[in-house]
Design a protein around this ligand. Structure first.
Ligand SMILES: *Cc1c(COP(=O)(O)O)cnc(C)c1O
Length: 370
């Protein structure tokens, strides 16, 4: 690897551009210090229950949830929620839009002995297909943003789907960074280590009355559901601002701080404008250079929160990301299993425009010298 030192005036003030865990702003850490009396205390007592209730209220407000929707939480992150959904939401068969690693993991979780083989619309990395109604699907599932490829998909009900079919959206990297209409989904789930700039380990699910009814319906059948995967248990606990087992308290505080900050800056609409501008800087830069190309060819499919940029074969992307790393610019490597000659940059809401501009200047500097 060539030894390239990027001049200090070209370096971002914060070098964290990873797709999760992502940059945590220092004022969030100040919030931790200011609330340190909560850390190390019982999650069954009022101070922690009040904290959970505040985060639930903030999420309700940020996403403009319609009447009757509830904010549910549990432990285990988004990966656990895939199994929760298969155990507690799918009745007979799920249908999926799969266009990358995360969407495919959701399909795998729904491939179970108690469900019929999932219906899957699969597309090549960097593209996405369209989910159409099929007769026997009672759950339609897709990622709002496919973090492994930088492709996003709209949150819109599948036309022609059965009236009681649920729209279940993996929003892990999209939530808080892309605007959408909450009436178009029944379950919008995510973990907080991306736009919410917190740590991993929790899952959150914004649930419609139909989704809550489905979880209750399935809990009342004779299907065996491990307690940890019981959405009904999580719903009952969430109504009391509780979780089945101990949640990470620092994670909740970091998230509360990020939510307050997002609201003070104008809420979800403003956050979405911010991420679109940041990623737009990267896509325009890629289009201005002959040796860099946005991986996602269709501009309408390009993610506003995770920009993937292919480098010309004459440039070794691993050398580029290693040089960036040696200069303190972190986690610009592509998704490990995608295996492309590419850089991937998360432009979550906490990443400043000025730092994206500096990252571009640093990239120019390195590319000129390789
Ligand atoms: C990061 C990510 C996940 C995995 O989240 P965990 O909390 O690590 O389980 C799932 N789906 C998407 C779209 C992601 O970006």
């Amino acid at each position: 690897m060539p030894d390239i030192t990027i001049p200090a005036d070209l370096l971002p003030s914060d070098g964290r551009f990873g797709s999760g865990p992502s940059k945590i702003r220092s004022s969030q850490l100040e919030h931790l210090i200011a609330n340190q009396a909560i850390l190390g205390t019982s999650h069954r007592q009022a101070p922690v229950k009040d904290l959970v209730a505040r985060v639930q209220r903030h999420l309700h407000e940020l996403f403009g949830l319609p009447e009757g929707y509830e904010v549910v939480l549990g432990n285990g992150g988004s990966t656990a929620f895939w199994d929760v959904a298969a155990a507690s939401l799918a009745r007979n068969r799920s249908a999926h839009l799969s266009f990358g690693e995360f969407g495919q993991k959701c399909v795998a979780a729904h491939t179970t002995p108690w469900l019929r083989q999932p219906h899957v619309v699969l597309s090549a990395p960097g593209t996405r297909g369209t989910l159409e109604a099929i007769a026997d699907a009672d759950v339609y599932a897709w990622p709002h943003n496919e973090t492994s490829t930088g492709v996003s998909a709209p949150v819109v009900r599948v036309p022609g789907a059965a009236p009681d079919a649920l729209m279940v959206v993996d929003a892990t990297s999209a939530a808080g960074g892309i605007d959408f209409d909450a009436r178009e989904m029944d379950v919008y789930y995510f973990a907080p280590q991306k736009n919410f700039a917190s740590d991993g380990g929790l899952w959150w699910a914004l649930m419609s009355p139909a989704a809550i009814a489905r979880a209750e319906e399935i809990a009342a059948t004779d299907r065996y559901i491990p307690e940890f995967l019981s959405l009904k248990t999580a719903i009952d606990n969430s109504r009391l601002h509780q979780t089945l087992n101990t949640p990470a308290l620092a994670t909740l505080l970091l998230m509360e701080s990020q939510l307050e900050w997002m609201m003070s800056r104008g809420g979800l609409g403003a956050a979405a404008e911010h991420t679109a501008q940041s990623s737009g800087l990267l896509y325009s830069w890629a289009e201005s250079r002959s040796d860099v190309t946005p991986f996602v060819t269709n501009p309408e499919h390009r993610s506003p929160v995770v920009a993937t940029l292919d480098l010309d074969d004459s440039i070794d992307a691993t050398a580029v990301t290693s040089i960036l790393r040696a200069n303190g610019i972190l986690d610009t490597e592509p998704y490990r299993k995608l295996g492309r000659n590419q850089v991937r940059v998360a432009t979550f809401v906490g990443v400043d425009h000025a730092d994206v501009e500096k990252l571009i200047a640093s990239l120019d500097y390195v590319l000129e010298r390789l």
